[in-house]
Ligand binder design. Structure first.
Ligand code: GLN
Ligand code: ZN
Length: 756
């Protein structure tokens, strides 16, 4: 049986691409060096897959930032404002991804959004009315030839035309319909060019097919592929889907002249059922996504082999595949030196998944596979329970009642009370929590970790940083202060380390966006709070200022969504366990004199099912109450903030209001403030701080620009409900731009106070 990989991580085992790119951004190296490093990484990644015996190895999955952006550039979807900078191709690309401020001009980055239900973010291509969509790039073929020159036959991967049309933003009066013909023509050319290069397989990624599809969507899909597929000549087309099942279009897919169809058997609840109901054509290959590309647990061979047998038993030509790109898991367990075998035996990261593919494909054709040692080793993992249960956690959860989910009195009363307590000016200014994580901050943490400095030294350094940060904020004139989060490597890892039930890796990085990677912890067992996590830092910070200091926590939904979850208990149960642990911390902060507490739910939307019909029952019905459980125990005067980022949430506004926070800050500057009118239409009750500038870019917003943004916000938001803040934490920024931006922000708030 052959094996296929949908996509492979691209930043490098030790984040080499990140470091090379950042060096380039800082102008410490030239483009040549960056390109060279990229070539080296591609070679490594192809070779690893080749040596693992993978048959369908992806290419064109490499990216300097994001593959959707790569596709946009390949097809000439480059807004005028970037072209007009007249930069090199590489720098134009980075300007779209990160914004540009320099000699050639001043433009913001394109919007960034979560990639379906993952924590990866893609760049949203923008089609303007006069954008001419046409094949103009070479990247796909360059990478294909590059691999070929290394003796590796690859399967190029490209965002499919349907998904591309769905993900684009149309900024003028034209809509997707107006661009369909151009997109069709461009993909026809792509296929022809693939044929000219004698490419054997082209993988077109169409994850947008796992959403709810309307009649019009299906018609559009038909129109596209009925026109594109006739150009394939000798190229075989793999229509690849992932992150769910394709129940609305399955039959159509089997009838169109694709050569292979990739289906997700892990997240696709209906996949097996669809095949049973409609069959699968004998003349096509089924790329069966049975090795989970999103989670780190070892594949249960017995179960997978059974599923493979069912398929081959039906006479289906089956290729064993990952369920989605391996981009969403770390590289390898090989660099993990601290976790014992007891744990590591249960893990399979990208490279280990390659071995799983190879072993499984061998077993699928070996009648006596049960005698193989690899099979026996795998089976042994699943016969007994892992050592991960905690009776006290179970008991406590069983004792939670309905009233634990309700905070009293109701929010409108609290808001009145809080205004009297805090005496904040109108349009209070604040930040989201973190301040720049400069080299010294990271070095201090690293030195402590390595045992090079004592705990006292570590703490003393952070205290000094906190004191400086508070002094700066006071000088800048911010109203509600933060301590700066210098003790945190990451907003989830930090909490996971202080909670029972989590495991940590050393090098298990996963790309979140561009050069930013995260190291998600693993939820190994039942979760509980072992000890206070933030109290000492917050209390110290509050002791240094007369202004209000916000306590800073991460919420249960985000902790779960940014960890690798268990597969042996439900998401609901895991979230509830974490909620109780955070509740302990919230009450502890309050008892220690902290009067505002922000509970970040940056990733709230992330696990929202891709089909609307599943939103409530499979997610919101337990995720929102879990958040309420964290704060329902505080006094009416204690102000609860929450924060969300990079997401669209226009469609879940009532659910967000039902989190019952007093204040929410969120990312808005990269999405053109579209959310504001939706807030008004939904009679949103929570006070709001839509981000007034984009922190994902080093660009400094001017006072006038922020004033304009605030004026726009005030057309939709009541003046006594509006907060003024950046759109996310400042940890990835440098100090100069941070201070300059915040000074402008405070100035803008002052001007607005005079005007209103
Ligand atoms: N409080 C966190 C910070 O400022 C929030 C980060 C986030 O939303 N991703 O860093
Ligand atoms: Zn954020």
């Amino acid at each position: 049986m052959k094996t296929s990989v949908i996509g492979f991580p691209r930043v490098g085992t030790l984040r080499e691409l990140k470091f090379a790119s950042e060096k380039y951004f800082r102008k410490e190296t030239g483009a040549e060096e960056l390109l060279k490093e990229a070539r080296r990484l591609r070679k490594t990644h192809w070779t690893v897959q080749k040596e693992a015996g993978i048959d369908y190895i992806p290419c064109n999955g490499f990216s300097f930032y994001d593959t959707v952006l790569d596709t946009a550039v390949l097809l000439g979807i480059v807004p005028k404002r970037y072209q007009e900078l007249n930069l090199s191709a590489l720098d134009t690309y980075f300007a779209m991804a990160r914004g540009y401020q320099g000699e050639s001009g001043d433009v913001k980055a394109l919007a960034m959004k979560k990639w379906f239900n993952t924590n990866y973010h893609y760049i949203v291509p923008e089609a303007e009315d006069d954008t001419k969509i046409a094949l103009v790039g070479e990247k796909l073929w360059e990478e294909y030839e590059e691999a070929k020159a290394l003796g590796i036959e690859t399967k190029p991967v490209l965002t499919g035309p349907y998904t591309l049309l769905k993900l684009c933003r149309y900024t003028g009066s034209k809509t997707a319909d107006d661009f369909t013909d151009a997109v069709i023509a461009a993909y026809q050319q792509v296929l022809e060019k693939c044929a000219a290069h004698r490419i054997m397989w082209l993988q077109l990624d169409e994850p947008a097919l796992v959403r709810d599809l309307s009649k019009e969507d299906i018609a559009l899909f038909h129109k596209i592929y009925e026109n594109v597929l006739p150009c394939k000549k000798t190229v075989r087309i793999l229509l690849q889907t992932y992150f769910g099942d394709v129940r609305d279009i399955y039959k159509d897919l089997t009838e169109l002249p694709f050569d292979g169809i990739g289906l997700d058997f892990i997240e696709g609840k209906e996949t097996v059922h669809l095949i049973e109901k409609y069959g699968f054509p004998k003349d096509k290959l089924l790329f069966a996504g049975l090795v989970n590309g999103k989670n780190i647990w070892r594949n249960h061979y017995d179960r997978t082999l059974n599923q493979l047998q069912q398929l081959t038993g039906k006479g289906i030509q089956t290729v064993l595949s990952t369920s989605c790109s391996l981009l969403h898991v770390p590289y390898t367990v090989k660099h993990e030196t601290k976790l014992s075998e007891k744990y590591l035996d249960y893990f399979a990261f990208a490279e280990e998944k390659l071995s799983e593919l190879r072993e499984l494909s061998g077993f699928a054709e070996n009648p006596s596979y049960t005698q193989e040692s690899a099979y026996k080793k795998n089976s042994a993992l699943f016969v007994a329970d892992r050592d991960c249960k905690n009776a006290a956690v179970k008991k406590r959860l069983s004792e939670v009642t309905e009233k634990d989910y309700v905070r009293l009195p109701k929010r409108s009363e609290r808001q009145q009370l809080q205004k009297e307590t805090f005496h904040l000016p109108q349009f209070p200014t604040t930040t989201i929590g973190s301040f720049p994580q400069t080299k010294d901050v990271k070095q201090n943490r690293a030195a402590f970790r390595k045992g090079e400095i004592t705990e006292q030294e570590y703490t003393a350094f952070n205290k000094k940083k906190i004191a400086e940060c508070i002094k700066k904020q006071e000088e800048i004139g911010l109203d509600v202060l933060v301590h700066g989060e210098y003790e945190r490597n990451d907003m989830v890892e930090y909490f996971g380390e202080a909670l029972g039930g989590f495991l940590f890796t050393e090098k298990a990085w996963v790309q979140s966006y561009g050069t930013r990677c995260v190291k998600p912890p693993v939820i190994w067992g039942d979760v509980y709070r072992e000890k206070p996590m933030t109290v000492a830092w917050s209390v110290y910070a509050q002791s240094l200022t007369d202004k209000v200091m916000k306590g800073m926590l991460t919420g249960p939904v985000t902790i779960l969504n940014w960890s690798f979850p268990r597969e042996d208990i439900s998401i609901k149960e895991s979230i509830s366990q974490i909620a109780l642990a955070i509740r302990d911390e919230v009450l502890d902060l309050e008892a220690n004199g902290i009067r505002m507490i922000q509970i970040d739910e940056a990733a709230l939307r992330e696990k929202l099912p891709l089909r609307r019909s599943d939103w409530d029952t499979e997610y919101l019905d337990f995720a929102i109450p879990a958040f309420r459980l964290t704060h329902s125990g505080v006094r009416p005067e204690t102000q609860i903030h929450t924060h969300m980022c990079y997401s669209e949430f226009t469609d879940i506004i009532p659910a967000i209001d039902a989190m019952d926070a007093d204040v929410i800050t969120f990312e808005a500057s990269r999405s053109d403030l579209q959310i504001l009118s939706a807030l008004r239409e939904n009679h949103f009750e929570t006070e709001v701080g839509p981000g007034v500038y984009d922190i994902h870019s080093p660009r400094v917003p001017s006072v006038e620009e922020i004033v304009q943004v605030l004026e726009k916000m005030l057309t939709q938001i009541e003046p006594d409900k509006l907060w003024v803040n950046p759109d996310c934490g400042l940890k990835t920024r440098g100090i100069p731009e941070t201070e300059a931006s915040l000074i402008n922000m405070v100035q803008a708030a002052k001007q607005i106070r005079v005007a209103h």
